[in-house]
Write a new protein. Structure first.
Length: 393
């Protein structure tokens, strides 16, 4: 195992009706002029936005609003939010929605708190020295951004999708009411479950040390998500299953399942970011579409972890060679993805990528890696990424 630091400062308020505590929490963390940042019409149609603004009005808290956050959130909206915050003297951000609204709000917070172009952080040219404080009302269990240090933004020019991580961007509080996720389309629920699993597996499939307790937490989280994803497939209104998935989403990406290793692999995410940037696909579905191809490319270099995954998560019997068991585990996870109607290749994802598209995505992915290569299960370069893309068609 490796030494580690574990930092999770976000206050979580979990349960039914907890959005009623919004004004109280904003006051607790010093907010006086708020930007409410959200996505599409569902927050409006459900009445959630009105309930939030009513609570702020009753508490005498001033606010402005900025909607329009979309999947693979856009840099142009981040710029708009930065200018609005500066104009209105906003001192606290409130993201209402899922990962897109939260990630966009974090980027806005970086842009307000730091001079210069906020894209510099996502382009790895410099590091943030602060972030406007923010809180979250979560409506989609998926990205874990409500407790994480991460955000991902897409620059429309060149369709470049990049992530940036900083402890300054961790939310001050996260309101998590599983009831708010019950109106999600089945596809979005399944995408969220997939993303949660991937955040855990990115940290699990590593050649950089491990801890037994961390592995056991990760394996239990994966089994729990799989079990409850099937329950929600059949009964989307099951509150307990919604609650299990929502809490798993936070635990999957707040650092807990990576304690004691080298930080994880993360190449499945980096590969998918190029899909999301070029084809604007749902993040969870894109991850499912490329994971099997990535796994088959790297498993021999990380065989003990893939065998353990097959035995402890997918329930494969300890029969056959290590390679045979590992491959059975990969196949079993792909079967699970299909059972919740997630794609396992680009064709099933609905992406008709040309050879030129694959070459472009591989190049852009490698361009965003330190020295053009990255990975823990297996270090990948541009040619390896291209081979994975080809195998996923």
């Amino acid at each position: 195992m490796f030494d580690f630091s574990y930092y999770t400062p976000t206050k979580v308020v979990f349960g039914k009706g907890t959005e009623s505590k919004t004004a109280e929490l904003i006051k607790e963390f010093g907010g006086t002029k708020i930007l409410i940042h959200y996505g599409g019409g569902s927050v409006v149609r459900s009445g959630l936005l009105r309930r939030v603004t009513d609570s702020l009005d009753n508490a005498g808290i001033s606010y402005v609003t900025l909607g329009g956050a979309v999947p693979n959130p856009h840099l142009s909206l981040v710029y708009e939010g930065i200018e609005l915050c500066k104009k209105e003297n906003v001192d606290f951000l409130l993201a209402v929605g899922g990962g897109s609204a939260i990630d966009s709000a974090k980027a806005i917070g970086y842009g307000v708190a730091n001079e210069g172009d906020v894209w510099d952080f996502y382009d790895y040219k410099r590091k943030a020295t602060g972030c406007l404080p923010l809180g979250v009302i979560l409506t989609i269990a998926a990205t874990g951004s409500e407790m994480s240090d991460s955000s991902v933004i897409t620059k429309e020019e060149g369709l470049v999708k990049r992530g940036y991580s900083s402890d300054f961007g961790r939310p001050k509080f996260a309101i998590m009411n599983p009831e708010l996720t019950m109106t999600l389309p089945d596809y979005q629920t399944a995408c969220g479950c997939t993303d949660i699993m991937m955040h855990t597996m990115e940290r699990y499939f590593t050649n950089g040390g491990n801890m037994e307790i961390t592995d056991s937490i990760a394996e239990g989280l994966l089994r729990t998500v799989m079990k409850n994803a099937v329950i929600l497939r059949d009964d989307p209104k099951d509150y307990d299953a919604r609650a299990e998935i929502m809490w798993a989403g936070s635990l999957s990406h707040n650092g807990l399942t990576g304690c004691g290793n080298n930080g994880g692999d993360w190449m499945t995410h980096k590969i998918e970011h190029e899909l999301g940037g070029l084809f604007d696909v749902a993040h969870g579905a894109g991850l499912a579409a490329v994971w099997g191809s990535w796994a088959r490319y790297v498993y021999k270099d990380c065989l003990p972890r893939f065998k353990r995954f097959a035995l402890n998560v997918m329930g494969m019997g300890d029969v056959g060679s290590d390679e045979e068991i590992a491959l059975k585990g990969i196949e079993a996870l792909e079967d699970f993805f299909r059972s919740i109607k997630m794609p396992t290749n680009l064709r099933e994802l609905g992406v008709d990528a040309t050879d030129d598209d694959l070459i472009l995505m591989a190049k852009k992915c490698a361009d965003g890696l330190p020295n053009g290569e990255f990975g823990s299960a297996k270090v990948l370069n541009e040619q390896a990424i291209l081979e994975i893309f080809k195998a996923s068609v």
